[in-house]
Design a protein around this ligand. Structure first.
Ligand SMILES: N[C@@H](CCC(=O)N[C@@H](CS)C(=O)NCC(=O)O)C(=O)O
Length: 221
């Protein structure tokens, strides 16, 4: 069975959401955030100290976008994959990686210098600059989402899960009010999905059952 190590609202929500959309059984192991600090044995699970860490038999993976790709192609019957012969393949790969490399990266700096560093090391200028960086990258999606319901292929794919997680993190760190209308509507559509709601419920129930706070450590305000 697949085992997924997860922290509430962390990037490991991407594979969790994928697993719920696909409907494959899995074990969800919750950790307080940051796991390398809160649980010294976690480095034996993932020497990087980060989540996600996903194990599927002999397969061990630690990159959330790659895990989404892996799950989408391995369980292609769930319809979340786009194959190389599909005209949407380029967009699929591009936005699958855009979600992490371009959208989540600036949010990491917002979090670090607005939330996780001790007060005396916080940098409001960095927080505002990288918030704007994130929002300007997000704006590149706006014209596309004015025309289309999903990122590519006319249906939900792993690329939506990757980008959708960046929107979830943005809402946790207080940037949602600055979304433009088409992105805001897309984010509402994603949250209305049963798979998304099952993933949210699974996260909450596993956190409570395993004695971990269900509140996101990265919540601002
Ligand atoms: N590129 C990796 C980044 C993984 C990552 O940095 N995860 C964060 C949670 S969102 C983490 O575990 N941070 C804890 C730490 O750095 O100690 C991915 O997409 O999975």
């Amino acid at each position: 069975m697949i085992t997924l190590h997860h922290c509430v609202s962390a990037r490991s929500f991407r594979p969790l959401w994928m697993l719920e959309e696909i409907g494959v059984p899995y074990e969800l192991v919750m950790h307080a955030f940051p796991p390398r600090v809160r649980d010294e044995t976690f480095l034996e699970i993932n020497p990087l100290g980060t989540v996600p860490a996903m194990f599927d038999g002999n397969v061990a993976m630690t990159e959330s976008a790659a895990i989404c790709h892996y799950l989408a192609s391995r369980y292609s019957e769930a319809g979340l994959d786009v194959t190389p012969d599909d005209p949407a393949y380029g967009d699929y790969l591009n936005f699958l990686h855009f979600g992490e490399a371009t959208l989540t990266f600036p949010q990491t700096l917002v979090l670090r210098y607005g939330r996780f560093e001790p007060e005396e090391r916080r940098l409001p200028q960095v927080v505002e600059d990288y918030s704007r960086w994130f929002l300007s990258r997000l704006r590149t999606l706006e014209p596309h989402l004015e025309r289309e319901a999903f990122i590519c292929a006319g249906r939900l794919t792993a690329a939506d899960v990757s980008v959708g997680y960046a929107l979830l993190l943005a809402s946790v760190i207080g940037l949602e009010e600055r979304f433009k209308p088409a992105v805001a509507a897309y984010w509402q559509r994603l949250q209305a999905r049963e798979g998304y709601q099952r993933a949210m419920a699974a996260e909450y129930e596993a956190a409570v059952a395993q004695g971990v706070s269900p509140q996101p450590a990265m919540q601002v305000g």
